[in-house]
Design a protein around this ligand. Structure first.
Ligand SMILES: NC(=O)c1ccc[n+]([C@@H]2O[C@H](COP(=O)([O-])OP(=O)(O)OC[C@H]3O[C@@H](n4cnc5c(N)ncnc54)[C@H](OP(=O)(O)O)[C@@H]3O)[C@@H](O)[C@H]2O)c1
Length: 229
């Protein structure tokens, strides 16, 4: 009985130690990366909130610029800056978070991809009745990747609502799960570091062809899981 108690405690301690080691390593790697967003709506704001809380700077861009973007920045604090698309494209990690109907036009304007990690949060749905769009057998992120040649496209931050995403991901002795998919190995590792540093638990699903499970209409949409430590 005593032996069992001691073993359990050791296991718990090493689980926490592993978690914090992973967190420290991830934070160290991310300190060297510049982060930006294309789109400054609900998902981008929730993402930016966690990024500044982690102590990193972030540059947000939107379609219209101006006063609305300035208000958003003010609410996020001094680590958040408003920027142009060109400034965001200088970042290493770029959250791509705009309505699906805008995707083709927005990406057609960009011809300077140079290996940036482009995190696709888009959900390809009809509006306002919210039905999955027919994408001809491809996943939405594969289509985004075709429109952004030279970027390392990954899929994440799209399965839960923005209000939930904005909340503290450390819940009930665990971390809120964020599902992600990536083809590129380096992008996969960086995204996992980012997700861990923000306080979430990343669960890798596979390459972009496997991301159907997390895209709009898939079984993981709106699912809120907590991974207990
Ligand atoms: N809201 C959610 O709970 C949720 C959850 C999961 C996934 N998603 C997906 O995430 C994406 C973003 O959703 P959201 O709810 O955050 O959107 P949102 O609140 O409606 O905001 C959209 C943002 O995209 C910007 N934008 C639109 N067209 C653009 C363009 N051509 N170039 C640059 N920026 C452009 C808008 O700029 P302006 O400010 O200038 O209008 C705005 O900042 C969507 O694809 C959505 O399906 C949303």
């Amino acid at each position: 009985m005593i032996e069992k108690t001691v073993n359990t405690k050791t296991d718990e301690t090493s689980t926490w130690a592993n978690y914090y080691q992973k967190l420290l390593k991830a934070k160290h790697i991310l300190n060297m990366k510049k982060i930006g967003t294309i789109g400054a709506g609900r998902i981008a704001k929730a993402f930016a909130k966690h990024v500044v809380k982690m102590g990193n700077e972030i540059i947000l861009s939107n379609k219209t610029g101006g006063g609305r973007l300035d208000d958003i920045i003010k609410n996020l604090g001094p680590l958040a800056k408003a920027g142009s698309l060109e400034q965001v494209l200088q970042c290493d990690i770029i959250l791509f978070s705009i309505p699906w109907k805008e995707v083709k036009e927005a990406l057609s304007k960009i011809n300077s991809w140079r290996g940036q990690i482009l995190i696709d949060t888009t959900n390809a749905a009809t509006f306002p009745d919210f039905k999955p769009l027919d994408l001809g057998g491809k996943t939405s992120s594969q289509l985004v990747a075709e429109l952004a040649p030279g970027a390392k496209v990954v899929k994440a931050f799209n399965t839960i609502e923005s209000t939930l995403l904005a909340l503290d991901p450390r819940q009930g002795g665990g971390n809120r799960v964020l599902f992600f998919s990536a083809d590129d190995l380096h992008a996969r590792q960086t995204l996992e570091d980012l997700i861990t540093s923000l306080g979430f638990a990343g669960v890798y699903l596979g390459g972009l062809s496997e991301s159907a499970i997390q895209q709009f209409g898939g079984p993981l949409i709106t699912r809120n899981f907590i991974l207990l430590n």
